[in-house]
Design a protein around this ligand. Structure first.
Ligand code: CO
Length: 500
């Protein structure tokens, strides 16, 4: 049976290679590909994903999995092999429900849609993107229908990002979170605002870039196994455990943008770099879920990067990098500025107190699009109305509203809730880490991040996707995804900053 497993792994390894090749083409598309490459690139991506789909859904794969499933029952259920077989079986059962032509069409449609989204966003013209999004919504609804019966049409989409999680569970978590978070934002709004004008002076592009590089180098991002480039929307991608790449964008009059997005993507990347190498070229060579992935990126970005301890170490360096902008700004003032709470239009620039409200708005709109109660044509208006309702601000143009995120153009409906769930998980993990590393704060003050990264590698990273997200959180913290620690963290932090 061991030989059977080895042969099966070799077969799965080839499929994995096709996916990695697709990722590389996708990375290129978003970084260096000239605009005229878009049409042919979308064909190449469609071909690769079709080949991978055909290869992974043959009757031979199904038969091998039936045999291996029995073998897995004789193994330690937490062993790599048992978990690999389990996950491969789940993915096989999912993939065989969807016709290969549909998979290829989806790849082609989304590759083109991304190009149109870039144009639409640049011109702030939703009509350029609208027909493409309409097709994507249709295709996603068809996709969900392959998984009937479901409790909710959104469940099959969510499951692709959060294995095992149900729409009803997410709604339940958000129903507890939302009122507390809205209340907190209101309380903060009633207090005097902190000053942050100095963050919006002109900060030289290259110096911003270099500072971000220095920060994630100290965090432990491995440059021998990655690189950073520029793209319209920062992202992380990998073509194996040894090649995990990030991108960022630099905005000269917003020094926090590149800096925090570099820490964020660095957090995703260190997760991928920390996978156990024995998982290489298997389906387990990935994060447990997008929420767990976000828990890593948000931890480095916020719990580390927006902490007082972090800036005790890095602020003098930032001041000497930008003496004219920050020379006369005391650290405490800077710390408050990077934690300023202010309802704004752009999710990726949002502060920790309002961030989840951006996410909940998207989740609700996605669910309505999938249920068919909201038409794509009405999306910009629905978006703006809800922004007004939740955050009290109205986007003046679609580029700062409905067109701001890349996800829908890539067909990633079901992804957004993972951002908020990731925030919740980050604080659940953080509480546990601080129990086990009691002097973490003073380590961070000294620019020492190795104990933190080691803890994450040991408890989260090395496992890859062996465990489902709820299972992993339960194993580490003793409870499932829970909004209370996050709310407690926000309240403590902003009570100090805003004197609530
Ligand atoms: Co992220």
């Amino acid at each position: 049976m061991k030989e059977k497993l080895a042969a099966f792994k070799a077969e799965m390894g080839e499929i994995w290679d096709l996916y990695m090749a697709s990722s590389l083409l996708g990375w290129d598309q978003q970084t260096y590909m000239p605009p005229n490459g878009a049409v042919e690139r979308s064909e190449q991506l469609a071909t690769l994903s079709k080949l991978a789909h055909i290869k992974s859904t043959t009757p031979e794969v199904g038969e091998a999995l039936e045999e291996l499933k029995k073998y897995a029952e004789t193994l330690d259920p937490d062993s790599n092999d048992a978990r690999f077989i389990r996950r491969a079986k789940i993915e096989y059962d999912k993939a065989t429900r969807v016709p290969a032509e549909k998979v290829a069409e989806y790849a082609r449609v989304t590759a083109l849609a991304q190009e149109k989204w870039v144009q639409a966003r640049a011109k702030s013209d939703f009509s350029i993107f609208r027909p493409h999004l309409e097709r994507i919504v249709e295709l996603r609804r068809e996709y969900a229908d392959y998984f009937k019966p479901y409790d909710h049409v959104y469940d099959p989409l969510l499951d692709d990002f959060e294995p095992g999680l149900k729409t009803a569970e997410v709604k339940g978590i958000f129903a507890r979170l939302r009122p507390q978070q809205v209340e907190l934002v209101k309380e903060i709004a009633s207090r005097p605002q902190v000053e942050d004008d100095f963050l919006h002076l002109k900060y030289e592009d290259q110096k911003q870039w270099d500072f971000g590089v220095d920060v994630i180098t100290r965090f432990g991002y491995n440059w021998e196994g990655g690189r950073q480039d520029r793209s319209a929307h920062p992202f992380t991608t990998s073509f194996g455990i040894g090649d995990v790449r990030i991108t960022t964008r630099v905005i000269e009059n917003m020094v926090t943008s590149a800096l925090f997005s570099t820490m964020h993507e660095g957090g995703h990347a260190m997760y991928q770099q920390g996978l156990d190498t024995s998982l290489s070229r298997t389906i387990l060579a990935n994060g447990a879920s997008m929420a767990i992935h976000e828990s890593q990126s948000r931890m480095w970005e916020n719990l580390v990067g927006r902490s007082r301890a972090f800036w005790k170490f890095f602020y003098p360096k930032l001041q000497s990098t930008f003496p004219t902008q920050l020379g006369n700004v005391p650290m405490e003032k800077f710390y408050k500025a990077v934690n300023k709470v202010e309802p704004s239009f752009i999710r990726v620039e949002a502060d920790e107190a309002t961030y989840n409200l951006h996410v909940m708005l998207r989740l609700e709109l996605e669910i309505e699009l999938m249920e068919g109660t909201l038409k794509v044509a009405d999306l910009p208006e629905a978006w703006n109305n809800r922004m007004r309702e939740y955050l009290g601000v109205t986007p003046q143009k679609d580029s700062e509203g409905v067109l701001q995120d890349v996800h829908w153009s890539g067909g990633m409906i079901g992804y957004f809730p993972t951002y908020a769930l990731g925030n919740l998980v980050s604080v659940q993990l953080w509480e546990k880490i601080n129990q086990e590393i009691p002097d973490l704060d003073s380590q961070i003050e000294q620019g020492q991040f190795s104990a933190l990264l080691d803890w994450l590698r040991e408890n989260v990273h090395r496992h890859g996707s062996k465990f489902d997200p709820q299972e992993l959180v339960q194993r580490i913290t003793g409870s499932k995804i829970d909004p209370q620690p996050y709310v407690g963290y926000l309240r403590k932090k902003y009570s100090d900053i805003y004197g609530l």
